[in-house]
Write a protein that binds this ligand. Structure first.
Ligand SMILES: *[C@@H]1O[C@H](CO)[C@@H](O)[C@H](O)[C@H]1NC(C)=O
Ligand SMILES: *[C@@H]1O[C@H](CO)[C@@H](O)[C@H](O)[C@H]1NC(C)=O
Ligand SMILES: *[C@@H]1O[C@H](CO)[C@@H](O)[C@H](O)[C@H]1NC(C)=O
Ligand SMILES: *[C@@H]1O[C@H](CO)[C@@H](O)[C@H](O)[C@H]1NC(C)=O
Length: 164
């Protein structure tokens, strides 16, 4: 099965904005739109992860029952981010007790945002909820549950991942 990066680009650049627009025209609340995008991200992360792993077939050994959390984070920061956003995460920090901070100093999905728009903050939340969902989906697929939240210093974002 061929999954290429172009498909993902289409998804991010075309599909997500159109989902947001159609949700707005159905008068969904911001809260509902955020939840919808988070769930969509989760499903994608959960599925695409397997396919990408299969395709990249690098850092992981097949016969481990549970892949090491730090290895997963490194995979996300390098291979996954590059595949989806054409760049790597700039910095990965951890307290070595299950909390990870992924720092992207120039988050790709913000490229489309117009900082003069009245909707600017809403759109930042939409894109981050979607991406947080993807991260949650990937980790879920590896057998880890987590919470993700963000610190934003536009266009830099910290993805704070707390695993349980
Ligand atoms: C959304 O709200 C507007 C303004 O209140 C209304 O005219 C429109 O019919 C609503 N659309 C839907 C799909 O409920
Ligand atoms: C995500 O969605 C929730 C629920 O609407 C909202 O409270 C939050 O501000 C959104 N943004 C982020 C970055 O989590
Ligand atoms: C993964 O890589 C190994 C060694 O590099 C190779 O033998 C194997 O066929 C690969 N598996 C897949 C599914 O590509
Ligand atoms: C994989 O399984 C084989 C056979 O059980 C074992 O010898 C090998 O060390 C395992 N490899 C890893 C990386 O755990």
């Amino acid at each position: 099965m061929e999954v290429n990066s172009t498909l993902f680009q289409f998804l991010l650049i075309e599909l997500i904005p159109s989902i947001i627009e159609s949700s707005k025209s159905q008068n969904l609340s911001d809260n509902q739109i955020n939840l919808k995008l988070e769930l969509l991200g989760f499903k994608l992360g959960n599925k695409f992860n397997e396919i990408i792993l299969f395709k990249l077939n690098e850092s992981f050994t097949k016969n481990e029952t549970k892949v090491n959390l730090l290895d997963i984070m490194k995979f996300i920061c390098k291979d996954f981010w590059k595949f989806v956003f054409q760049k790597q995460i700039n910095n990965l920090k951890t307290n070595n007790r299950g909390t990870f901070i992924l720092i992207d100093v120039n988050f790709k999905l913000f490229d489309n945002l117009n900082s003069n728009s009245l909707q600017f903050d809403n759109y930042i939340n939409y894109y981050l909820n979607f991406t947080n969902g993807i991260l949650r989906g990937i980790l879920h697929n590896f057998g880890y549950n987590c919470n993700v939240n963000n610190d934003v210093n536009f266009p830099s974002v910290n993805f704070n991942i707390e695993t349980q």
